[in-house]
Design a protein. Sequence first.
Length: 315
Amino acid sequence: MADIPEKSVLSIQSTVVFGYVGNKSATFPLQVLGFDVSTVNSVQFSNHTGYKCFKGQVLNSDDLACLYDGLKENKISAFSHILTGYIGSKSFLEKVADIVLDLKKSNPSLLYVCDPVMGDNGKMTESCSMCHASVPNSYVPEELLPVYMEKILPIADIVTPNQFETEKLTGMKINSVEDAIKAMEILHNKGPKTVVISSSEFAADGAITSLASTVINGRKEVYKVQFEKIPAIFVGTGDLFAACLLAWLEKDKNLKVAFEKTISTLQCVIKRTLDRARVLTGDGNNPTPAQMELRLVQSKAEIENPPHSYTAAVL
């Protein structure tokens, strides 16, 4: 096995030809922040599933195994990180678990960041974790839940579920910060050292609450950031969140700082996206899915150097 390249990510999630979701949403910010990214696309669609139609291909577990075997045989399967997002079948997710274990066998210091994309708003659907909007027509089978609980969480180092996904993984409802802290403790006990609830919506004023927890040398650190809910549907934000968190945790080695930078980056991107969509749409008209595609390239400066827009409260 070759030496482990620094800042090298194997990213396994969905992709689209047009727009920014899955690997298309995660790769650019990781590269901008200095990471080499190798991608496996769990699905490849013409566009995300919020459009009136989408067409494309879905990889199965044998396809994934074949691609990974090619990497291993050429001795190019050494990575510092693995990132996973939307996965649509039980067998594919089980193969992901096998690959993570194999990679960790070769590199015990490899970090696995898992965004357990399962849904939102009470439904097992592909979702937009920063805005609490489910994507139509993209259902995640219930049979993925036990695989996440029994095979993925025990080997994940960092998990980034939204409120709904956290509730599914822990079996408890989250109606307060106290509930969220209890839920994060349950997830810690299943394996991950770092747990970040990317978004939750229980604040009385309707604000979005993000929470982060990590265990360092037996000592827990817990942080909270609240921000205004933007009344719009954004797709690909959860994928961007996980990628930015991975990058800043690696660069800063500090959860509070990485959490603040990730939230600030996301807010810059979605506000720029919405501002542009409103210009394109005109007063009184609803933006189209194409007009609401994330303005990632246009946000390069903020991805590289996020403004200090949010300060995480220590809980």
